[in-house]
Write a protein that binds this ligand. Structure first.
Ligand code: ZN
Length: 273
């Protein structure tokens, strides 16, 4: 884990090597802090805990943006504060626990299972803590009950696994309503409608400013438009040798999903209006 960077007053982002994964820390009152998506390896979490201790910051609340293994981690060194997620995310994490554990063990083994994915459903839409207001923007893009956190005082949007400069939109292929593209569009719309975003922090990738946030939202809608229309998107995140093989494979799966949607919505012999 590289040294956390202060991206806005009192808001720090640490970036891990694995999948360019970010961890966000928001300083609150009296040395308390909110920790969002601490990740990824046991060593990364130890380094985070040491950094917090050196700055005399003590976790008093935790937030998991969504129920994927790399966003529901915790360590004893971070203390034992209430850790929240949206009610739909908590339900999904409970349902999927065995596969989340398996995925974690494959990539970042050794985490304390007694603390893994131990989340409580957030009552309401703001984190109950003594610090800057932290408003949850919930939707079902990428994963059920995905909850971005918006800090209105500083204009920081902690987007979870959305608005990335290194990852294409990754759909929740198993969306409960059978409409992963629609769900993603709605989620992106919720984030795009947030007023006053000055800094965007993706779950994987690099922090961006207001203009970069707008650019990423447009790129993500552009990606969805292309894939749903059966076109191959001209997306720089898929171009070049730096694009990861797993990301291209995911893109191929999403293209197949888009094509299936297209053929199902226009049965043979009938032209779509
Ligand atoms: Zn994810």
């Amino acid at each position: 884990m590289a040294e956390p960077a202060e991206v806005a007053p009192g808001v720090f982002v640490a970036t891990a090597r694995t999948y360019v994964t970010t961890t966000t820390v928001v300083a609150g009152d009296g040395g308390g802090c909110l920790v969002i998506d601490p990740a990824v390896t046991v060593a990364d979490l130890d380094a985070l805990a040491s950094w917090l201790a050196a700055r005399e910051l003590r976790p008093v609340a935790g937030w998991s943006t969504h129920p994927h293994w790399d966003h529901v981690l915790w360590s004893r060194a971070l203390g034992d504060p209430a850790r929240y997620a949206t009610p739909r995310a908590v339900a999904a994490a409970e349902r999927e626990l065995p596969s989340l554990v398996r995925e974690m063990e494959e990539t970042a083994p050794g985490h304390d299972l007694a603390l893994f994915a131990r989340l409580r459903p957030l009552p309401g839409e703001e984190l109950p803590w003594r610090g800057p207001r932290a408003v949850v923007l919930a939707h079902d893009a990428h994963a059920p009950g995905h909850g971005a956190v918006f800090l209105p005082d500083t204009g920081v949007l902690v987007a979870g696994d959305m608005c990335s400069d290194v990852e294409i939109p990754l759909l929740d292929a198993g969306a409960a309503d059978g409409d992963p593209f629609g769900g993603y569009r709605r989620g992106l719309g919720v984030l795009a409608a947030a007023a006053g975003v000055r800094v965007v922090v993706p779950g994987h990738g690099h922090v961006g400013d207001a203009a970069e946030f707008r650019r990423r939202v447009a790129a993500d809608f552009g990606y969805l438009d292309a894939v749903e229309a059966g076109r191959d998107p001209a997306d720089e995140r898929l171009a070049g040798p730096a694009a990861a093989a797993w990301l291209r494979a995911e893109h191929d799966r999403q293209r197949a999903l888009g094509l299936r949607e297209l053929t199902e919505s226009s049965p043979p012999g009938r032209t779509p209006e």
